[in-house]
Ligand binder design. Structure first.
Ligand code: PXP
Length: 247
C-alpha cells in the first residue's frame, strides 16, 4: 500500500491569519495520525509563514508515525533539522515571494552542497528526500549526491488542462518513477494532488509515499463545517436557556 503523509502547513496558515493559537497544527497532526496517516509533513520556511519553531518542536514530541520536515538547503534550517531529528527531510527550492513551492530542486547545479547535506543528515540518522522534477538528469544527480529518496513533483501533472497534457505529464511521472526505482532510490510523489488526480498516481508501481496537504486541509474545512456550525448553535441555544444566571 502507498503511505499517505499529510502536510499540515495550512492549518498553521489559518492560525496565523489571526495571530492567535487556533487551529493548532500539532493537534491536527495527531488527528491525522488517528485517522490513519502514515506520516506528518511540515515545511519550516525561512520566513516562518506557516509552521514555526514552536510547532516543529512540539511536532517532534507528538508525532508517533514519521515526521517529514520539508526545508530549503539553508544553514539555519539545516541546524534546526539536525537538532530536531525528523525521520526524513525533504529538500525543496524556496523563494520568498512564491505562494507555494514552485518547481523541483536543481540537484545538478548544487551537487557539492547536497552531498554535504546528505552526509550531515545521515550522521544523525535522518533520511534525505530530494523534491525533483520527473527528469532523468535530476534523478541521476539525486542518486549521486547520496539521497535516499526522490519526491517527484506532480504539480505540472496536477495543473494539466487537457486530456492530452494530462496523459503526457502522467507518462513523465511513470517513466521517472521507473528510472528512480532502477537506481534503487525510494520514490515518493507530491504537490497539487487532490481527490480527482491522485488515483492515477497510485497506479505507479514504484511510488511508496504521497505527500498531500492543501486538498486534504481544504476538504477538512468544508467537510467539518456542518458539525462546527451545529456545535455553535447548540452552545448558543444552551446558553440562552440560562440567560437569567449572574454572569
Ligand atoms: N511536496 C512538497 C515537496 C511540497 O512542497 C508540498 C507543498 O508544501 C507538497 C508536497 C504538498 O502539496 P499540496 O499542498 O499541493 O498537497
Amino acid at each position: 500500500m502507498i503511505r499517505l503523509n499529510v502536510n499540515i502547513d495550512h492549518i498553521a496558515t489559518i492560525r496565523n491569519a489571526r495571530g492567535g493559537n487556533e487551529p493548532d497544527p500539532v493537534v491536527a497532526a495527531s488527528l491525522a495520525e488517528l485517522a490513519g496517516a502514515s506520516g506528518i509533513v511540515c515545511h519550516l520556511r525561512e520566513d516562518r509563514r506557516h509552521i514555526n519553531d514552536r510547532d516543529l518542536r512540539l511536532l517532534r514530541e507528538v508525532v508517533q508515525t514519521k515526521l517529514d520536515l520539508e526545508m530549503a538547503a539553508n544553514e539555519e534550517i539545516i541546524q534546526i533539522a539536525l537538532q530536531t531529528r525528523p525521520e526524513l527531510v525533504t529538500i525543496v527550492p524556496e523563494k520568498r515571494q512564491e505562494l507555494t513551492t514552485e518547481g523541483g530542486l536543481d540537484v545538478v547545479s548544487q551537487r557539492e552542497k547536497l552531498i554535504s547535506l546528505c552526509e550531515r543528515m545521515h550522521e544523525r540518522g535522518i533520511e534525505v528526500s530530494l523534491f525533483v522534477e520527473p527528469e532523468e538528469k535530476q534523478i541521476t544527480a539525486a542518486k549521486e549526491v547520496g539521497a535516499d529518496m526522490v519526491e517527484l513533483h506532480t504539480g505540472t501533472y496536477a495543473n494539466a488542462k487537457t486530456p492530452e497534457r494530462f496523459k503526457f505529464e502522467l507518462n513523465r511521472i511513470i517513466n521517472a518513477a521507473a528510472f528512480a526505482g532502477n537506481l534503487e532510490l525510494k520514490v515518493a510523489a507530491g504537490h497539487g494532488l487532490n481527490y480527482y488526480n491522485t488515483k492515477h498516481i497510485c497506479y505507479i508501481y514504484e511510488i511508496e509515499e504521497l505527500s498531500i496537504g492543501h486538498s486534504i486541509i481544504s476538504r477538512a474545512a468544508l467537510a467539518g463545517i456542518e458539525r462546527a456550525v451545529k456545535e455553535m448553535i447548540e452552545l448558543i441555544n444552551n446558553s440562552t436557556l440560562h440567560r437569567n444566571i449572574d454572569i
